[in-house]
Design a protein around this ligand. Structure first.
Ligand SMILES: Cc1ncc(COP(=O)(O)O)c(C=O)c1O
Length: 337
C-alpha cells in the first residue's frame, strides 16, 4: 500500500491508516517480547547496509518500510526490553510515553519559549520542579529537559565555567573521581578545556570519592596557580552505583567557592526511597544536578538537568536555556543552568 502517494499532507483516513498499521506492528512486537532474544548480533553489517543508500528522490510504499523497520532493523542488536536482558540502566520504555511522543510530534507546537505555548512549556517546568523537589533543591531551582545525560553534563559544566571563571578560563581546573562517566571527560574538552584540566582523583575501596581527597588536590593546585572552579560528584556511578561523599564534597565546594555539580543521571531517582534519600544526603547542596529518567525511571530516552540557580545565573548562561523559562531575569523563581 502506498498511503497518500505524491501528497505532502495525508488526509484524515490516511493518517488513521498510517497510525493503525504502525500500532499493529508495535503491539505485535511488545506482546511477543517474552520469546524475543535479548540480543541478535548476527550479520549486523549486512543489516546496516540495508539502509545505506542515496537520499531518495521519491516517496516509498509504507508497508515495506514498516517491514524493513520491524522485521530487519529492530530485531538486530540488543533488545533491552527483553526479559532476558540483564542490563540495569537501559530499559524497555513506557507505552504511555510513546503515545505522548506521537501527540507531540503530530501537533508539533513551538515550546522554545513560554509565551509561545504556555501550557505545554509549563509541563516541562512542572516536571523539573517535581524532580528538583524530590532531591531537596530549593524552590528557586529550575532546569531543562535535554536529549541525554551527556548533554546535561556539558550544559552544567559550561554554566559552571561561565559563572565561576568568565571568559578567562585557561587555568580552570575540575575535580572528579576515577569512576566518572566518560561524558564528563568529553564535556571538559567540548567546553574548551585541555584534557589536563580534569583532575581524575582516586575513589576509595567502595568506589566513592572522599572529600579529603578533593580538598588536598584543590589546595595543592591553588598553590601552583591553577583555578579550581568545579567539583563533579557521582550519585550512582555507571559501573557500580556508588555514591560519592556528597555531604563532605558540598562542604569542600563551599570552603573553596567552587561549583558543585552532581551527576545523578543513574542514581538521582534513588531519592524516591527512604534508603536512597539517606545515601544521597548532600545532593541538595548541589549547584547543578543531572537526572536521567530514562535510566532508573525506565522512561524513553530523555533526561533532565536541574540547577538550584538564581536570576543572575540565568543571565550568565546561554540564551537557548534562558528561553525555556517563563520570566527569565525577572522572576526570583526563575532559574536556569
Ligand atoms: C552516571 C552517568 N552519567 C551520564 C551518562 C550519560 O547519559 P546519556 O547516555 O543519556 O547521555 C550515563 C550513561 O550511562 C551515566 O551512567
Amino acid at each position: 500500500m502506498n498511503i497518500g502517494e505524491g501528497k505532502l499532507e495525508p488526509g484524515v483516513p490516511e493518517m488513521r491508516q498510517l497510525v493503525e498499521l504502525a500500532v499493529e506492528r508495535i503491539l505485535h512486537n511488545l506482546s511477543t517480547l517474552d520469546v524475543q532474544p535479548a540480543a541478535d548480533l548476527s550479520n549486523v553489517s549486512e543489516v546496516a547496509e540495508l539502509v545505506r543508500e542515496p537520499m531518495p528522490e521519491h516517496g516509498q510504499p509504507y508497508e515495506p518500510l514498516l517491514d524493513l523497520v520491524f522485521d530487519r532493523l529492530i530485531v538486530k542488536g540488543y533488545n533491552t526490553a527483553s526479559p532476558g536482558t540483564l542490563s540495569y540502566v537501559t530499559g524497555g520504555g513506557l507505552f504511555h510515553s510513546a503515545v505522548a511522543d506521537l501527540i507531540a510530534g503530530a501537533i508539533n507546537r513551538y515550546v522554545a519559549y513560554w509565551g509561545a505555548s504556555p501550557g505545554l512549556a509549563q509541563l516541562e517546568q512542572t516536571v523539573v520542579e517535581w524532580f528538583a523537589a524530590m532531591i531537596g533543591l530549593p524552590a528557586t531551582a529550575g532546569g531543562v529537559l535535554l536529549s541525554g545525560g551527556s548533554l546535561a553534563n556539558l550544559s552544567a559544566l559550561i554554566a559552571a565555567r561561565r559563572i565561576k571563571l568568565g571568559d578567562d578560563f585557561g587555568r580552570g581546573t575540575i575535580y572528579t573521581s576515577d569512576q566518572v562517566h566518560h561524558s564528563v571527560e568529553k564535556a571538559v574538552v567540548m567546553a574548551g578545556f585541555p584534557e589536563q584540566a580534569l583532575r581524575v582523583l582516586p575513589s576509595d575501596r567502595s568506589f566513592r570519592l572522599q572529600a579529603d581527597t578533593v580538598r588536598r588536590a584543590i589546595e595543592s593546585d591553588r598553590a601552583q596557580g591553577k583555578r579550581p572552579f568545579l567539583i563533579v560528584a557521582n550519585a550512582g556511578t555507571t559501573s557500580t552505583g556508588a555514591i560519592d561523599d556528597l555531604a563532605g564534597l558540598a562542604v569542600v565546594a563551599r570552603e573553596h567557592e567552587v561549583w558543585f555539580h552532581v551527576d545523578a543521571a543513574y542514581g538521582g531517582f534513588f531519592a524516591l526511597t527512604e534508603r536512597g534519600k539517606r545515601l544521597l544526603a548532600g545532593i541538595e547542596h548541589a549547584d547543578t544536578v543531572v537526572l536521567d529518567p530514562h535510566k532508573s525511571l525506565f522512561l524513553p530516552f530523555e533526561p533532565v538537568a536541574c540547577s538550584r540557580g538564581t536570576p543572575q545565573s540565568c543571565g550568565a548562561h546561554t540564551s537557548c536555556t534562558r528561553t525555556t523559562f517563563r520570566k527569565p531575569l525577572q522572576s526570583a523563581n526563575a532559574a536556569a543552568l
